[in-house]
Design a protein around this ligand. Structure first.
Ligand code: CTP
Length: 403
């Protein structure tokens, strides 16, 4: 995910400095070239050696530290200018104050000045310190200068207080870096709505009709679109997945809920991707009380739900792109082409549930992209190989924006 990217981690002297070892390790495992710069105070909490072992790079502390492999170049200039992303976390009140006012008196602050990459900073300290007007003003100065401020969280702080000032989880910090630099922001300015997961149709207060959808494909699409800079709304059925960073999430339960939530937002969207496994049928009535069993068999009268994709296709706005999904167990191409035409979609992503590596619970997929040709009838087909759902999401989105 981060191959070929140079990331600088600036670690200043807060107790959360120890968490940055995990961040450094996670970034290294994602393929990044990670360089850590510590302030002298950070070394009170953790030793540079730990970072050096994890990143395989020298850790700098003093502006006059030399790189033994490159004695000619000045490290703070070389590192600053070649960085793809700079994350300062934990950022103490002191480092924030220095950066806000151009003070450059150590390796970290001198490296920030020549850097022209995305700058992320996560203030982390005691809640009263964070709340101090001068700290808030300095944070505001940095925000106005284009720094991305990663908000610290509420919780039990190391100083014994409960309040705001806690460094977010390591995964969150890594996600901020991925959102900033994993992809070119080629979807900026586009409004994208993705549906994901199953729906649940109640029979009585105890039972539901649902399906095996895990939501992974829809979440991958939402996450990837957000990482490419899009403004993303994710309408999801009940799933056990974390909301991707920067994505607006709307939780729904039934097919009717999904219909209402999607159609009411549709006019505002440039791209709509229906990857949810929406129930085609729902019980005609929902019993107020638990249905009791009897000796004989039982049948449940069902009625059709509204077809959301078809409604979107019929009411498509000028310039809007509608993409559906099609999961089949036989005749995948014919059935999916028929859906493309019948529902007036611009594209269908088809997969065959019976092929290994495709389907509900797995992290991979094998997608065939079917697009309408210029004459509106004949379909263009592109088969993607087995890939992760994140990679498939990237390909699907590229296909959409190339349209
Ligand atoms: N879909 C929808 N509203 C529904 C049902 C499905 O918008 N009530 C969408 C799905 O999100 C998906 C596409 O329609 O994008 C799937 O098409 P559909 O005809 O429902 O597929 P199947 O149910 O698999 O088709 P069939 O019943 O013909 O097997």
């Amino acid at each position: 995910m981060l191959k070929g990217k140079r990331i600088i981690l600036g670690v200043s002297g807060g107790i959360a400095a120890y968490k940055m070892t995990n961040v450094a390790s996670m970034l290294y495992k994602l393929g990044a070239d990670v360089h850590v710069i510590m302030t002298k105070n950070a070394c009170e909490f953790i030793t540079p050696k730990t970072f050096e072992v994890l990143t395989k790079n020298k850790v700098y502390i003093d502006t006059f530290d030399e790189n033994p492999d490159d004695p000619v170049n000045v490290p703070h200039i070389t590192l600053g200018q070649t960085a793809d992303c700079f994350l300062i976390a934990p950022a103490t009140a002191n480092i924030i104050g220095k950066l806000a006012h151009g003070i450059a008196d150590d390796m970290l602050t001198t490296t920030v000045l020549p850097a022209r990459c995305p700058m992320l900073i996560c203030p982390s300290m005691n809640g009263y310190m964070l709340d101090n007007a001068v700290v808030q003003e300095n944070i505001e100065i940095l925000r106005k200068r284009g720094y991305k401020i990663i908000e610290s969280e509420y919780g039990n702080l190391a100083c014994g207080y409960e309040g705001k000032g806690k460094l977010p989880k390591e995964e969150v910090l890594v996600e901020h870096i991925l959102n900033a630099i994993q992809y070119e922001h080629d979807m900026e300015g586009r409004k994208v709505m993705v549906s994901a997961g199953p729906t649940e149709e109640p029979l009585d207060p105890v039972r539901i009709i649902t399906n095996h959808s895990s939501g992974k494909m829809g979440f991958a699409l939402a996450r990837t679109a957000a990482r490419r800079g899009a403004d993303v709304t994710l309408v999801t059925g009940p799933v056990n997945l974390e909301t991707p960073l920067g994505v607006k999430r709307v939780d729904i339960v039934t097919a009717e809920d999904m219909y209402q939530n999607i159609t009411s937002r549709a006019d505002d969207m440039d791209i709509i991707i229906m990857s949810a496994a929406v129930a085609d049928y729902t019980p005609e009535t929902v019993a107020d009380n638990k249905i009791k069993k009897s000796d004989g068999g039982m049948s449940i009268p069902l009625k059709r739900t509204k077809d959301i994709l078809k409604t979107l296709g019929e009411n498509k706005k000028e310039g809007q792109f509608i993409c559906g999904f099609s999961m089949e167990t036989e005749n995948m191409l014919e059935n999916s082409e028929a859906k493309l035409i019948k529902k007036n979609a611009d594209m269908i992503c088809a997969n065959n549930l019976k092929v290994e590596g495709a389907g509900y619970k797995v992290d991979t997929n094998i997608i065939t992209i079917i697009k309408k040709a210029a004459d509106g009838e004949k379909a263009i087909i592109r088969e993607l190989p087995l890939m992760s759902k994140d990679e498939a999401a990237y390909e699907i989105l590229s296909e959409i924006i190339s349209h």
